[in-house]
Design a protein around this ligand. Structure first.
Ligand code: FES
Length: 576
């Protein structure tokens, strides 16, 4: 609403004279009757649909369901495209463009005659990108994620998208699978519309949106092809019209309490480490105080309740049928680990939303009394002279015997440098070696790609070694596993101590103690720093230049410095 109590869109469509005529007339080229401009709420549907983003390709149909709900409640729905970021195709990484999507969507929401927005996302970066945008504009908003694919099926077993890729690759290198079998298996893995159906980043961020209160209960888990996905989308269309009338905005929903809920839910579902970066970025848009260490402190009391790949056995379809995220949040609420009063898009507190949520399968969703993995197995935040700004490790995806480890560094300045020699039988590496892969941070790659969990050297794989400590300033796919220290900050390209490590240095990882230590004296490090030169920028023009000049480090959410905060939704000036 504006100061004089009218809807924002009325400034456009309710105007008299030349400007009002221009706003309405060109819209009527689509065949709308004049009644749609009668002062009803105008609802934008931001869709990240694209054939280049296969996880989101069905969002056109989801949008149609949203429109039904908007019309049903007396609103006027208008679908518009926002940058579709497909995780699997975009180079050098979709993460390079998350902030561009957030910036584009923010500007479109503000500049257009919208009173509320429905956010349609799916693949990894589209969910946080749209939430960041909605946070900065602060128009009433509801998210509808596209839902996971059906379970992959290969040779009679369930295979999880992403997670199985790492296994298939290892099996190929070790000679347990042929190339032909791999090609056949890749078709079996992705067999319906939807995003990755492991608890990877897309499923995690869909769950975060639900835990934050920004999407309707059960939205995170309905499979993309389930009729209830479309029913929920229609319901979201109804809900957004009500939110506009109530003026319930993202800033009233995504509060500190909501972020605490999301962090604990992420621990309970064994969610992706990428949630750390994305939640920090979303909170930054809202001015909600949230720090990297909150993820460690808040998650320490939370066991992993959900038995899903990559940490466990099952997939999102099973999670849905077992009761979905509300069943998990009910467990947390009953243990006093959920801020139950946190407001949601239903207009109720999240505690009320999940109070009666049933669980139908305790193999998939475990209880606080009998968890899947015990308290203290969530994402840990490490600090030390190798990561003064912090680093993270997903304990539930790590090997227990490596969580306290001392080994000699084997250093590479890029994943490509490593892969150039990783199959060499003469490579000087054993299972105690600590692989350091650097210059993979926000500035370094650029975009902070998911390359940190490099495959093990072939000679170790052939010996049956399945895991080793890896340290990187990049990210790891939420579908991946391994004892990998991630998000080291400051990154090597920004002059972080990671840039100063040399092959042969001793490194100590102590996850119980939350430390990451490079056993090199301060004097020696000072000498190495004096000889270090920052890498040249990746681009002299365009988005990549802007990104490189303004991106923040991982411990601040890797947003652009000038995008932190909000500009609201006021646009006082006419266009003509
Ligand atoms: Fe899109 Fe995994 S590649 S969700």
């Amino acid at each position: 609403m504006t100061a004089n109590g009218e809807l924002r869109s009325t400034q456009w469509f309710g105007a008299t004279g030349r400007t009002g005529m221009a706003h309405r007339s060109w819209m009527r080229s689509q065949g709308f009757t004049p009644e749609v401009f009668d002062g009803r709420p105008v609802i934008g549907i931001a869709t990240t649909w694209s054939e280049l983003a296969p996880c989101n390709v069905h969002l056109q149909r989801v949008a149609e369901s949203v429109k039904r709900g908007v019309w049903q409640e007396g609103g006027f729905p208008l679908e518009f495209p926002a940058m579709a970021l497909g995780e699997t195709l975009l180079r050098p990484t979709a993460m390079l463009y998350r902030n561009l999507l957030a910036m584009e969507a923010e500007e479109l929401m503000r500049a257009n005659p919208l009173d509320g927005v429905v956010l349609l996302s799916g693949c990894d970066k589209t969910t946080p990108g749209l939430l960041m945008a909605a946070a900065s504009v602060d128009l009433p908003a509801v998210m509808v994620t596209g839902g996971p694919m059906l379970n992959g099926k290969y040779q009679g077993t369930d295979v999880g998208s992403g997670t199985a890729v790492w296994r298939f690759e290892e099996d190929l290198v070790a000679g347990r699978m042929t190339q032909e079998e791999c090609v056949f298996a890749e078709g079996c893995m992705a067999r319906s519309n939807g995003h990755c159906m492991t608890m990877g980043t897309a499923s995690t961020m869909a769950s975060m949106a639900e835990a934050l209160g920004m999407q309707l209960p059960y939205s995170a888990t309905w499979p993309a092809v389930d009729s209830r996905r479309y029913e929920t989308a229609q319901r979201a269309g109804q809900v957004i019209v009500g939110l506009v009338r109530q003026e319930l905005r993202p800033s009233a929903i995504m509060t500190r309490a909501a972020f605490e809920n999301a962090i604990r839910v992420n621990a309970a579902i064994g969610g992706s480490t990428n949630a750390v970066i994305h939640l920090l970025a979303i909170a930054g848009r809202l001015g909600v105080p949230l720090a990297l260490d909150d993820f460690d402190v808040l998650a320490r009391d939370v066991p992993t309740l959900v038995n899903l790949q990559p940490n466990g056995q099952y997939l999102m379809e099973d999670f849905c049928y077992a009761g979905g995220l509300p069943a998990v949040m009910r467990e947390l609420a009953e243990a006093g680990l959920l801020n139950t009063d946190a407001m949601t898009v239903t207009g109720s507190g999240i505690g009320a939303n999940v109070a009666d949520a049933p669980c139908w399968n305790r193999e998939v969703i475990k209880t606080m009394a009998d968890p899947f993995q015990p308290v203290g197995t969530g994402t840990a935040v490490l600090r030390g002279n190798l990561a003064p700004g912090g680093a993270v490790i997903k304990q539930s995806a790590s090997s227990a015997h490596l969580l306290k480890h001392r080994g000699r560094a084997l250093v590479f300045d890029s994943p490509a440098d490593y892969y150039a020699v990783s199959n060499d039988p003469e490579l000087d590496v054993d299972e105690d070696t600590v692989l350091v892969i650097r210059y993979c941070g926000p500035r370094g790659y650029p975009g902070m790609p998911e390359v940190s969990n490099v495959a093990l050297p072939k000679k170790l794989l052939l010996r049956g070694v399945r895991d080793m400590v890896r340290i990187c300033d990049g990210r790891m796919s939420g579908t991946a596993y391994g004892t990998v220290v991630l998000h080291v900050a400051p990154e090597a390209a920004a002059g972080g101590p990671l840039a100063l490590v040399r092959t042969g240095d001793w490194i100590t990882l102590d996850v119980p103690d939350r430390t990451l230590t490079l056993e090199v004296s301060p004097e020696e490090l000072a000498e190495r720093r004096a000889a270090w030169h920052p890498p040249a920028p990746h681009a002299t023009r365009g988005w990549t230049r802007l990104y490189g000049e303004h991106v923040l480090q991982a411990d601040s959410g890797a947003d652009l410095d000038f995008l932190v905060g909000a500009s609201g939704h006021e646009v006082p000036r006419e266009s003509h």
